[in-house]
Design a protein around this ligand. Structure first.
Ligand SMILES: C[S@@+](CC[C@H](N)C(=O)[O-])C[C@H]1O[C@@H](n2cnc3c(N)ncnc32)[C@H](O)[C@@H]1O
Length: 206
């Protein structure tokens, strides 16, 4: 299995090529399936019209994740009830916690402007956690770290905290919905091996 590379593929098809129990941690930020173009320029991402996309991927994510390991799954308040229902009914993941990522600034819109996203912590078996100060409310700024301007880029410092909390040096981390590759960059900085998968070739060039 080739590591430290963003693979241009459909992640479900790609994960089907992987053996069982082969990755130490999954951190991923799938399309929320709400068909909304967020951010400046109304940029859309692939599969954002498909609310089932991350559910289908969850089945493969469970299979490829090693036992006693965690999955950090970004979501939002609209998709959260549907997602947890799917997890409880159709996967063997246990729901460990829900983390709020509070942004420093609020986003575009009116009436109720977005200032947070959710991160669902799912467990296969009984994972261990490394940090003693990992709060369930995380604050991190949204830093533009590359020139591609992916509309859903996540902050590397937040991703690094998750990587540190749930893996050690040399472990293999998978991000099946890699986007601009923020998880991959966090892993690189912390000397983890990584695999990113991204369907849209605009972001694979990164
Ligand atoms: C919310 S974005 C991820 C952003 C990423 N966390 C970052 O910091 O840049 C979700 C990404 O999943 C990609 N995607 C959608 N369907 C996919 C699929 N079936 N396989 C792989 N990637 C997919 C989209 O093109 C999009 O770039």
């Amino acid at each position: 299995m080739e590591t430290n590379k963003i693979i241009h593929a459909d992640c479900i098809e790609y994960m089907r090529t992987l053996p069982n129990n082969c990755v130490d941690l999954i951190i991923t930020d799938p399309p929320y399936g709400d068909n909304v173009a967020y951010g400046w320029n109304n940029k859309t991402i692939k599969n954002n019209e498909n609310p089932l996309i991350n559910c289908s991927a969850l089945v493969e994510m469970y299979r490829v994740l090693k036992r006693n390991r965690s999955l950090y799954l970004f979501t939002n308040w609209k998709h959260y009830p549907f997602l947890t229902e799917f997890v409880l009914r159709y996967t063997n993941f246990k729901i460990r916690h829900l983390v709020v990522w509070k942004k420093h600034n609020f986003g575009l819109g009116w009436a109720f402007r977005h200032q947070y996203e959710l991160i669902l912590i799912l467990e296969k078996g009984k994972p261990k956690y490394n940090l003693k100060d990992f709060s369930d409310v995380q604050t991190a700024s949204h830093i533009n770290h590359n020139k591609l301007n992916h509309p859903h880029e996540k902050p590397i410092d937040l991703l690094m905290k998750m990587v540190e909390h749930s893996s050690k040096k040399g472990d293999l981390v998978l991000d099946p919905f890699a986007g601009s590759g923020s998880t991959c960059k966090a892993c690189e900085k912390l000397e983890r091996k990584w695999i990113g998968v991204e369907l849209d070739e605009r972001w694979v060039k990164n």
